[in-house]
Design a protein around this ligand. Structure first.
Ligand code: SF4
Length: 346
């Protein structure tokens, strides 16, 4: 096949061979066509709607030591915090007032929040906000724990796989962390009935084109409802402090390719994208994303949840964030919608 038709082939068949993916990933000459086709695919499922999710960063304690992460347990310079149940409920109340209908509770793997406490918090949110989705992003847990959270009222779970290649995973994580367990967690979540979100970093240290293709292949097996793709950004207090950030171009290219592979997916334009470029989130939407996740965490803890350096939007009140994001999305011809925004898998 002529290489200039590869993007078209991807849009029509929802797949390519590994060699064909490599051609698309390693050249910028297809970017315009990929973006155009990804935009069509997104519009056919979601029109110009962009869903808004309220992110509540409940704790920056973590028992893990991922080499790329600013809140890894070895970083002694982080001022650690935990939100109480009441503080979390207060974030939800602010968010609900502002129109949010999805709350995303995200944190490091913090054993302080045992299963009973998570269930108590989720049940309280569920009771107060029957019309909202509750998304958890609290890392790797047992099947039993995931099931208990689900039974308490959680509907969605985000757990990025970060890289599907076990060799590459070993270069980003300490030996006690295994990609096989991460993958098992994702399949457990799906089996329980969650809308599942996976995803990966672009431009992480030692990443190759073959690793990125492995990420796409893993997503094809999992068929997640949500797919988070953001550039790697170094944090100055991690072993990866001197590595350069992932590129905007390659991240946008992967967003478009992912949209074409999974036209139904909910794909965020991430904060990391907005951090490497002032218009990163808008460019992400134009490349095929359809979700934004502004921060609802209390202002006094925002700076403390820095997974990477110079994270943006850490200094604005929730209402300011909401207003700013609305303006930005409208400026590129899309509509911010406050519906619950479930996945539209046909
Ligand atoms: S990436 Fe997640 S699991 Fe790893 S250290 Fe950071 S918060 Fe913990």
């Amino acid at each position: 096949m002529a290489t200039d038709l590869l993007a078209q082939k991807l849009a029509e068949t929802f797949d390519l061979s590994d060699d064909e993916f490599a051609i698309l990933l390693e050249s910028d000459s297809f970017d315009g066509e990929l973006r155009r086709l990804a935009d069509n695919a997104r519009r056919s499922y979601y029109g110009t709607d962009v869903y808004i999710r309220g992110l509540i960063e409940i704790s920056n304690y973590c028992r893990n030591d991922c080499f790329y992460c600013g809140i890894r347990r070895s970083n002694r310079y982080v001022a650690r915090y935990r939100l109480t149940k009441n503080e979390i409920l207060s974030c939800c109340a602010t968010g609900y007032e502002l129109g949010y209908r999805t709350f995303v509770l995200q944190g490091g793997e913090d054993t302080f929040y045992n299963d009973d406490l998570i269930c108590e918090i989720v049940s309280a949110i569920r009771k107060l906000y029957v019309d909202c989705a509750i998304t958890l992003s609290l890392g790797e847990k047992s099947h039993q724990s995931y099931k208990a959270f689900f039974d308490s009222g959680a509907n969605r779970y985000l757990l990025r796989h970060e890289t599907a290649s076990s060799e590459h995973y070993g270069k980003l994580h300490p030996p006690e962390m295994k990609i096989d367990n991460r993958k098992k967690c994702l399949f457990d979540l799906k089996q329980i009935g969650y809308q599942v979100g996976a995803g990966f970093m672009v431009g992480s240290p030692y990443q190759t084109t073959q690793d990125l293709i492995a990420d796409l292949r893993f997503l094809q097996q999992l068929e997640p409802a949500m797919i988070g793709i953001g550039p790697f950004i170094a944090h100055s207090q991690t072993p990866f402090q001197y590595f350069k950030s992932g590129s905007l171009k390659l991240t946008l290219r992967l967003l478009s390719i992912t949209r074409l592979l999974f036209p139904y997916a909910l794909i965020p334009a991430t904060t990391a994208l907005g951090t490497i470029d002032p218009f990163g989130r808008e460019l992400g939407i134009l490349a095929g994303a359809n979700v934004v996740m502004p921060n609802l965490s209390p202002l006094n803890v925002r700076k403390k949840y820095e997974l990477y350096d110079n994270k943006n939007c850490t200094g604005e009140e929730a209402a300011e964030c909401r207003h700013c994001i609305n303006k930005r999305i409208n400026s590129i011809g899309f509509n911010l919608v406050t519906l619950i925004g479930n996945v539209k898998k046909r």
